[in-house]
Design a protein around this ligand. Sequence first.
Ligand SMILES: [Zn+2]
Length: 295
Amino acid sequence: MHLIDIGANLTHESFRRDFDAVLQRARSAGVERMVVTGASRESSEQALELARAHPGVLWATAGVHPHHAGDYGADTDALLRALQREPEVVAVGETGLDYFRDLSPRPAQREAFERQLAIAIDLHKPLFLHQRDAHADFLALLKTARDHVPAVVVHCFTDERRALFDYLDLDCHIGITGWICDERRGLHLRELVREVPANRLLLETDAPYLLPRDLRPQPSDRRNEPMYLAHVCEVVAGLRGEEAETTAANATAAARAFFGIGAPGGSIATEPKDATLSSERRGSTQSSEGMSSST
Ligand SMILES: [Zn+2]
């Protein structure tokens, strides 16, 4: 099984003490590649550093999470644009809206989101997006950008059926985390995950957050890490009525196409990314295609 963790917060301080061991354990579990989430100015720069230090294993995103949207100024915008020009940086984000925790004022969240949508449009990069309790405003802003960017993933999807189909209608990818393993709050997701076409389903840990609740034994420090993506994949496969190998192969192919990253053992894809993504997009407008094969 070969998996790509499309959302791992490996710049988090909890990974400093044993970073190489974390990567080694991930590799042993079949999680050979990871996209390190940049969620602030600092973590975006650190994510790029990690990706540079681990070519072919780690890639990075660069963005400002809605929690930090209050800090978004002209200098932030310039920094993010510069980071997007680095070959290891494969998406704009994490950006979006979070009205659940409201750590930044909502107008500031919307402005930072719009400015990062503009970066993705100008530089023709995929978007790595966060939405919590903000579906209506998020969808309205996303719609203005969707036709002008190559690909979009709504990461850590936890919302309701209506939101899922709104995103699929816009030909977005859906990121599924270990949230789905939570028997208290992931119940509706366990049904919805069957509705995601195989070529639109991406897997992620969101480590060190969202340790799968049904994992046994639970690590004593409660830290999630990329190796547990194999467990998330098995749970998702069971819910979709697929072999874990099938779910893994489809999610890995989808992640590679999404981010333009190479096959295991290979390097960064050399084909023109635009051509790959736009031809895939044309094919995927019949988005029930993947669904029928998975149910
Ligand atoms: Zn998020």
